[in-house]
Design a protein around this ligand. Sequence first.
Ligand SMILES: Nc1ncnc2c1ncn2[C@@H]1O[C@H](COP(=O)(O)OP(=O)(O)OP(=O)(O)O)[C@@H](O)[C@H]1O
Length: 259
Amino acid sequence: MALTNNAISFSSVGQTFLTGSGSVTALDGVTVTVAQHEFVAVLGPSGCGKSTLLRLTAGLMKPSKGTVSVFGKEVTMPRDDVGIVFQKPTLLPWANVEDNVVFPVRHKYGRVTTEDREQARTIIETVGLKGFEKRLPSELSGGMQQRVGIARALFLNPDILLMDEPFSALDALTRDAMGFELLRLWQASPKTVLFITHSIPEAALLADRILVLSERPGRIIADLQVPTARPRDESALRTPEMQDFSAELRSLLIRKEAA
Ligand SMILES: Nc1ncnc2c1ncn2[C@@H]1O[C@H](COP(=O)(O)OP(=O)(O)OP(=O)(O)O)[C@@H](O)[C@H]1O
């Protein structure tokens, strides 16, 4: 796939939060670019600032230092062209699947058109939930709920998809299936993906490239291309090349960085 321009760019970004007892520096000196349509996974210890990285990209907060740009423009407010999928699907419990998917439009414009509903039904079918449009979240399995969250993030056809441990609450089999489902969607409608995970195999299977963050304050300690070409299935993880790569990632993740 031709990688043309930069979709996301962090330049010397630092993020410090003021707390009741002082301050917490979540990110420090982060400089990185992500090309359009690249699939980048982010690995790092708990609390090292991975979610902060996503929130800054989405414009949900402004960095304390440095600049974050999307398609060459500094991010100064929440962006419409960015879809976010969280660890828990955060669906409206009283709204059916279709109403949950069209929620971004209702929230933004205060109304939902017939075309919006048609578009929602197409996306619901794309994520494998045809026939479940009128079901409530409580009537769906965890994997199905997460598909609704993905459909909602894809609904406005964002150029950038930010995923914060999207499959970590799912059982192992569903998680693997959802990963391959995501790759299918990504290949059918290319997007720039920033994907946070704690799972080395998940990162290695899905991503083009992996960023490894240090312990807090999060700094990028490695920026590595996944060495195996696509398409990949589970057997790709068993090659000597990928085993070495996974071992390298493991050793980076256990390396203690001074805070
Ligand atoms: N709004 C906030 N106010 C104060 N501290 C915050 C805020 N948001 C994040 N933090 C702190 O910043 C640090 C980084 O948080 P962040 O959620 O980005 O980490 P993470 O790498 O995504 O963690 P995890 O892997 O556990 O989800 C943490 O110590 C967190 O407590």
